[in-house]
Ligand binder design. Structure first.
Ligand code: FAD
Length: 392
């Protein structure tokens, strides 16, 4: 039977789209290739704006999902420069992606979406007013498709098949989860570490969660390095001694948004959302928030189209979706790209500024949390850029 909407992928982008569409009464099917619930390499840091966007859609992040809330930060810069911050205003919430993604999927299922796991989509094809979705064992058809199939999205390649070579991943991140019981000693329970000295265009992190430490490295703009080797160095430097050396290191590309790239995010039947749509921010690699915003926006576009079909024959879904993304996130993502250039190319000066100007450090954290916009942080950085005559 033909579905109103098929969603590929049950990450935050897929579940948010399925939730909104099912709640509006659409017949929705989610296809997920992994056995569910699945592990996902991720630091699991939720900014305040992520919690807010969920809340705006009546999804509350309860305490059972929060694996720690931290207000103590330590920042490291090249030259053994270190400084701390107690950011009490809004502690960073840490979640575990397996339970968080399952929670969101259950919201979509409760709203009426059907879910099939271990069903990898091999091919999609837009055919007039419908989309054909092919898996190894089944073929499906739907009026619309939201492709939330992550960083290596096949659908993104399909939509951009005429622009070969345009899609270039500039980012990549890896993460290890080390259980406390495997640590010889643990000094990290209540502090987040952010390390800007091991990578030129990215950072390392230590996020202490309830049962394990998430330790990782993320590159946000092309850097030819051996991330596994740097992670081993980072662990040594942090004096993290492990009883059993059997933890997994996993990761994948970070599809960083770039204002410079022409990339098709939608046709009138197919909408890319989340990582598939290249919506991670170029400054810190945040992706969950942008996945949710784009998932909700894709579903809203489809619902609006179906509602207004007869009344507004000129409604063009692809344009409407781009318009929603432009209004809600492109400005911030563009600013993140500018700040990333300024920040990573001038770490010495940035370090001096953040260390000596606590007010600036707090605005930096406010922007990371989404309490202030990247534009505001950008304006301040620009002020100092002009003061120090920095070129970018
Ligand atoms: C190491 C690392 C750390 C990160 N840390 C953070 C962080 O702390 N905070 C933050 O905000 N962001 C972080 N990110 C980014 C964040 O993880 C992503 O932006 C986010 O998961 C994107 O959500 P999504 O729903 O688009 O894709 P995903 O969460 O990747 O979900 C895609 C889903 O699609 C499924 N799928 C893929 N192909 C198919 C197919 N052909 N058929 C069926 N199913 C398919 C996959 O199995 C997967 O379940 C991190 C990324 C990495 C790599």
């Amino acid at each position: 039977m033909k579905k109103d909407l098929i969603v590929i992928g049950a990450g935050p982008a897929g579940s948010s789209a399925a939730f909104l569409a099912a709640r509006a009464g659409l017949d929705v099917l989610i296809l997920e290739k992994e056995s569910w619930p699945r592990y996902k390499a991720c630091g699991g840091a939720l900014s305040a704006k992520t919690v807010d966007i969920l809340s705006e859609h009546d999804i509350q992040i309860g305490p059972e999902l929060i694996k720690n809330q931290i207000s103590e930060f330590k920042f490291s810069f090249p030259g053994r420069e270190e400084f701390g911050l107690n950011y009490k205003k809004t502690p960073i919430k840490l979640i575990n992606r397996k339970t968080f993604d399952d929670f969101l999927l259950k919201k979509a299922a409760a709203a009426g979406a059907e879910f099939i796991d271990q069903m990898e989509v091999l091919r999609v094809k837009e055919n007039g007013n419908e989309v054909l979705v092919e898996t190894l064992t089944e073929n499906y058809t739907s009026q619309f498709l939201v492709a939330a199939d992550g960083a290596n999205s096949r659908t993104a390649k399909y939509l951009n098949r005429e622009k070969k070579g345009i899609i270039k991943n500039k980012g990549i991140a890896i993460e290890a989860e080390i259980e406390y019981q495997n640590l010889i000693d643990n000094n990290f329970k209540d502090q987040i570490l952010i390390d800007f000295k091991h990578l030129d265009n990215g950072y390392g992190w230590v996020f202490p969660k309830k049962d394990f430490l998430s330790i990782g490295l993320g590159i946000l703009n092309f850097e030819k390095v051996d991330l596994n080797k740097i992670l081993a160095e980072y662990l040594r430097e942090l004096n993290i001694r492990i009883k059993k050396d059997d933890f997994l290191v996993k990761g994948h590309p970070i599809p960083v948004y770039s204002d410079q790239t022409e990339f098709k995010r939608a046709s009138n039947r197919i909408f890319l959302a989340g990582d598939a749509a290249y919506l991670a921010d170029a400054f810190i690699g945040e992706g969950i928030y942008y996945s949710l915003v784009s998932g909700f926006a894709a579903a809203e576009t489809i619902v609006d189209y179906l509602d207004s079909n007869s009344a507004e024959p000129n409604y063009i879904p692809a344009e409407n979706y781009e318009f929603k993304l432009k209004n809600n996130i492109f400005t911030e993502l563009k600013e993140a790209e500018k700040i990333a250039r300024l920040f990573y190319n001038n770490k010495k000066i940035v370090q001096l500024l953040l260390k000596s100007r606590r007010d600036l450090l707090i605005i930096f954290m406010d922007a990371v949390q989404g309490l202030k916009s990247y534009s505001e942080l950008g304006n301040l950085f620009n002020f100092f850029k002009n003061l120090f005559k920095i070129k970018i």
